[in-house]
Design a protein around this ligand. Structure first.
Ligand SMILES: CC(C)(COP(=O)(O)OP(=O)(O)OC[C@H]1O[C@@H](n2cnc3c(N)ncnc32)[C@H](O)[C@@H]1OP(=O)(O)O)[C@@H](O)C(=O)NCCC(=O)NCCS
Length: 398
């Protein structure tokens, strides 16, 4: 068949597939806003529960509303006993992102409002998910080490309690606040791969948990949320292979020349500095000085400088640090194990996923919900209307 060759936007780059009121990125100017507010201002002046409220409900909460929302978060974090029991039967070496993806539908099984598709019920499901995912990750981390999950400490913030339940150490107020800021920074990012996966799934009228489970799967990939842990892996590799900071330059060049990715750099939308990475760079430096792990910050800034210059020399402009470049080092300095770094991304992004699921389910940005059903250009075999000559199994060559 004579095929008409059409230019396609591979990976849907630059294609607007829906309207949204939740967040916006200006990739040329390095601007990110949630519901109209600049990320820098939210990171400085709000808390993660406040941002989750903003994303879900479309407005910042008043004091009483925030208190009620935070209390509901605290009261919703208990994990059903059958989930904890199932954890004890799982292989301990299981990747926490796989565990998380599998546990989300398990949580659906006991949601009392699973079949209630009103906005109010879906908001409450969102709240339960935001409350429970951190508890699930912390519990899995304990159980895989042969320890019992720790009870929550209601005197701590959402972020602080996660650190406590995960590590068994009560974090300082500063450390809890740093994680809180990280959660704010990762909460939403328009139509990234995982958010699109959530929206696509619920556009079929599947429930919120089905959408979130798909989102966790998409986030686990190395080109998406999995990049933060891979940055730390890359740092470990650099540390093994070089003896002084001066050797970083050669190491980076060799890697780029071998067409290997510098993890945590480059972005499908930002062609300038990611505003989130600027905040995380400062945090990584400050935590490095405080904890004595300055080596990571020093290595990262060196890699960033050399890689940026190399990319520019090769005419690949706009490959700058993304959110994952410095976040891994920040999490490591908080005592978060490497394979829990992408789950930390998930316990923040759950707020954005749920906001997008609500927007999708109720057609809030474009007037009415619509099932996603794009087309693909068929480029396979075609033998005319009658189809290709069919050979019975026994006549086919092996
Ligand atoms: C995120 C990412 C997939 C965005 O990619 P994109 O905008 O679609 O751009 P492409 O992957 O098509 O890259 C364009 C070119 O730049 C190169 N490039 C992009 N990011 C690079 C990186 N981090 N290291 C080395 N080269 C990179 C590509 O190899 C490609 O080179 P080529 O034209 O010679 O094949 C990509 O930058 C990447 O893989 N980054 C590393 C993983 C990461 O940090 N992911 C987290 C994203 S928040």
């Amino acid at each position: 068949m004579a095929q008409e060759v059409r230019v396609k936007n591979i990976g849907l780059r630059g294609v607007a597939v829906a309207d949204t009121k939740i967040s916006y990125i200006d990739g040329e100017r390095g601007i990110l806003i949630y519901r109209g507010y600049r990320i820098e201002e939210l990171a400085e002046k709000t808390t993660f529960p406040e941002v989750a409220y903003l994303l879900l409900k479309g407005r910042l909460p008043g004091r009483a509303q925030l208190e009620e929302f935070s209390e509901m978060l605290v009261n919703s974090r208990e994990i059903p006993p059958y989930v904890l029991e199932s954890f004890r039967t799982l292989p301990r070496e299981g990747d926490p992102m796989d565990v998380l993806q599998g546990v989300v539908p398990l949580l659906a099984l006991s949601d009392p409002e699973l079949q209630d598709e009103s906005r109010e019920a879906n908001e409450r499901k969102a709240l339960r998910l935001i409350a429970r995912l951190p508890a699930v990750i912390a519990a899995w981390n304990r159980i895989r080490q042969g320890e019992d999950p720790l009870p929550p400490d209601d005197s701590l913030t959402h972020a602080g309690n996660f650190l406590w339940q995960l590590t068994g150490k009560k974090p300082s107020e500063d450390m809890a606040r740093d994680l809180d800021v990280c959660l704010i920074l990762h909460a939403d990012h328009t139509f990234n791969a995982s958010t699109f996966a959530c929206r696509e799934v619920v556009s079929t009228q599947a429930h919120m948990y089905a959408g979130v489970s798909a989102g966790v799967g998409a986030l686990s990939g190395a080109l998406h949320g999995g990049a933060n842990a891979r940055v730390m892996q890359m740092l470990e590799q650099v540390e093994k292979e070089i003896h002084s900071l001066d050797e970083v330059e050669d190491w980076v060049r060799r890697r780029i020349d071998a067409h290997e990715k510098i993890m945590g750099m480059g972005h499908a939308v930002y062609k300038t500095d990611d505003p989130r990475s600027k905040i995380l760079r400062v945090m990584s430096k400050r935590l490095g000085e405080k904890t004595g792990y300055e080596k990571w910050y020093q290595l990262l800034t060196r890699i960033e400088k050399v890689a940026t210059e190399e990319f520019e020399k090769k005419g690949k402009t706009g490959i700058k640090c993304n959110v994952d470049f410095y976040s891994g080092s920040v999490y490591a300095m908080m005592g978060i194990p490497r394979d829990i770094m992408t789950p930390v991304f998930a316990i923040s992004r759950i707020s954005g996923w749920c906001a997008h699921i609500l927007e999708e389910k109720f057609g809030e940005a474009q007037g009415k919900p619509a099932l996603y059903r794009p087309q693909a250009e068929y480029v396979g075999d075609y033998c005319g209307e009658i189809g290709c000559v069919f050979q019975p199994l026994e006549e086919r060559e092996t």
